[in-house]
Design a protein around this ligand. Structure first.
Ligand code: C2E
Ligand code: MG
Ligand code: MG
Length: 583
């Protein structure tokens, strides 16, 4: 770990008792609080009580930002409110220095909600957004336990949410006790592993599906545990994110990747861009752009060799500081990727406010492996079309099967990262691929707006008149199937009328006339329609016969696509070609 003292300062900032704090708070200190609590319990031993430890997250930072005087006034007011509330409820409040409070009250969820509201309202009055109170609650189940151990349990519960950006309340239980114990053990192990250099990164190639060549890679951290072997990140990253220790680990990986890129250049191996993961928590603690600049400068590598993956959930934070960090990274020339897009944290609209270069969609979230369903396709399609509209490149992650790949190709996806091509691999293995130039494409991620024709965009813009469209499409009809598979032609276009040569009839008479002239058994139609419904992207083909007014038999080479289901009726699009049509 290169920068221990820097991180120690950051993480300890919330825990240090600041002896210079000057708030005048007339609440019992720890000893008096515990004695009074014991008395209250003993006076009414059959009542249910709770001890609640309270802490205002990052209060020291508040003092730094807004000044000690305002900080003191804020704490004094919180103390007054807690004191008043506790007296009303028949409990007691205590203050133990800095921003540490505790209350002992008869237990009732409504009382607690009221207290919570009181503090929150007060905090908002001071515009202290981001400085939430955290509560560790110990609902006392055994009055005979020593009062200090009952308080310790509330503090333990509090430690579970202190500094946590998403949760602010924790209730003590045996399960929580064990969880916290396990987390502490893991944390100690992680810290030691960082010092011992037991973290490495694997690389997973990103490929261009058109050439099957590698255009870049992603660095994925791996813990080489002396006993457990390789521990995957999902087993410890969420915990490290909860308590902020993700920051030193991430910095370690970022620096290691920059160092590795340098080593390639030194060995005359041409590097490809490599992306690293940045957790949302990193942005709270450090100036991310500053760190990347520091590492790239230290190892003398160009910024376009480092790409930055920020998980989608981070974008839910639309704070000014987060947006500014992204701007700084972009201005410094790093490519920004939005990771795990589609996992549901942010809407597509986020893309309009926070500009990213590349979207990574995760197949896991889209669940295409089980069945390529209509809903899934429309989600992917809307992602692709939004990305196209914004000029953002899309890379599909987690592609495992040929079927998934084919579907993505059909939708115009050029870049893929997944087991179908390569699994994450040790650095040495990736270097072998790098030196085998045949598999490498140095042109990077390109956005080619003119590569694909996206009909919807043209239709939306009304670029073509109905007549021109009809000529382009050729003969087309729309048909419906109800639940019992009864078929009904619902609409045909002008070229279709011309093709069949029946004119001058009302729509219903026309359709009746059509049925008479199509001799194939109904099963032939139904088979094609059913196949189309199963193959949403590719549709189904089939030949149908039609008897013209002059008794000739035309073969309709039909292509059928399932469109949607409305009111239990499935709608299909059928396009027709005949042998005498020009190609
Ligand atoms: P991620 O950044 O979305 O990385 C992709 C994950 O999907 C990786 O898991 C990768 O091995 C896996 N994957 C790739 N292709 C396939 C596939 O075809 N099928 C399946 N089933 N999985 C595939 P991994 O390495 O276990 O990493 C999990 C997550 O841990 C990463 O998701 C990322 O969020 C986090 N992570 C990894 N390294 C770091 C790091 O250095 N810092 C931070 N903050 N997070 C990291
Ligand atoms: Mg990633
Ligand atoms: Mg991902």
């Amino acid at each position: 770990m290169s920068n221990k003292s820097e991180f120690d300062d950051i993480f300890n900032s919330n825990n240090n008792k600041d002896s210079e704090m000057g708030a005048t708070i007339n609440l019992p200190g720890i000893k008096e609080f515990l004695t009074k609590s014991r008395q209250i319990i003993d006076e009414a031993p059959f009542e249910k009580y709770a001890i609640i430890a309270i802490d205002i997250d990052f209060f020291k930072l508040f003092n730094e930002l807004y000044g000690r005087e305002l900080g003191d006034r804020c704490l004094e007011e919180i103390a007054t409110r807690l004191d008043r509330q506790c007296k009303e409820l028949g409990g007691v409040a205590g203050y133990f220095g800095m921003d540490d409070f505790a209350v002992m009250i008869p237990w009732n969820e409504d009382y607690y909600s009221h207290l919570n509201r009181q503090i929150n309202d007060h905090i908002f009055k001071y515009n202290m957004e981001g400085f939430y109170p955290s509560f560790g609650i110990n609902v006392i189940s055994d009055n005979s336990l020593s009062i200090s151990s009952l308080y310790d349990r509330a503090v333990l519960a509090l430690s579970h949410v202190k500094g946590n950006y998403t949760e602010h309340i924790s209730v003590y239980s045996e399960v929580l006790h064990d969880k916290i114990k396990d987390e502490r053990m893991l944390l100690i192990e992680v810290q030691k592993a960082l010092q011992d250099g037991d973290f490495i990164f694997y690389l997973q190639p990103k490929c261009n599906t058109k050439s099957d060549k590698i255009v870049g890679s992603e660095a994925l951290v791996r813990w080489l545990h002396p006993k457990k072997g390789i521990v995957p990140p999902n087993e410890y990253i969420p915990m490290l994110e909860e308590n902020g220790y993700i920051v030193p680990l991430d910095c370690y990986v970022w620096e290691a990747v920059c160092k590795w890129q340098r080593s390639l250049i030194d060995r005359n191996i041409k590097p490809l861009p490599c992306s690293v993961n940045v957790s949302r928590i990193d942005f709270y603690f450090i100036d991310v752009a500053d760190h990347f600049n520091k590492y790239t400068e230290k190892y003398g590598i160009s910024h376009d060799l480092i790409e930055i993956e920020i998980t989608e959930s981070a974008y839910a934070d639309d704070s000014f500081s987060f947006k500014k960090s992204i701007e700084d990274l972009k201005n410094a020339g790093y490519t920004i990727l939005m990771d795990d897009f589609g996992s549901g944290y942010s809407s597509l609209n986020t893309l309009r406010t926070i500009k990213v270069d590349i979207l990574k969609t995760d197949m896991k979230f889209l669940d295409v492996s089980k069945k390529f369903e209509e809903k899934t396709i429309s989600i992917i399609e809307s992602i692709f079309s939004m990305a196209r509209e914004l000029g953002v490149t899309v890379i599909a992650e987690g592609v495992e099967t040929e079927h998934q790949l084919k579907c993505l190709l059909d939708m115009g996806c050029t870049y893929v990262q997944g087991y179908y091509y390569y699994k994450p691999m040790p650095v040495e293995e990736f270097e072998k691929l790098l030196t085998d130039g045949v598999k490498i494409d140095y042109s990077g991620f390109c956005y080619h707006p003119s590569e694909q024709l996206h009909i919807r965009e043209f239709l939306d813009r009304n670029l073509y008149s109905e007549t021109v469209l009809n000529n382009i499409l050729g003969p087309v009809l729309f048909a419906e199937l109800d639940e019992a598979d009864n078929m009904k032609v619902v609409r045909v276009n002008e070229p279709f009328y011309k093709l069949v040569g029946i004119d001058g009839l009302s729509t219903e008479d026309f359709i009746y006339e059509m049925y008479k002239r199509m001799p194939d058994p109904v099963e032939v139609f139904l088979n094609i329609f059913h196949e189309a419904q199963e193959n949403l992207l590719t549709g189904a083909k089939g030949d149908l016969h039609f008897i013209t007014t002059d008794q000739r038999t035309l073969v309709f080479h039909s292509k059928v696509f399932y469109l949607c289901t409305t009111d239990k009726k499935r709608l299909f699009y059928v396009s027709i070609r005949t042998d005498d049509m020009e190609d």
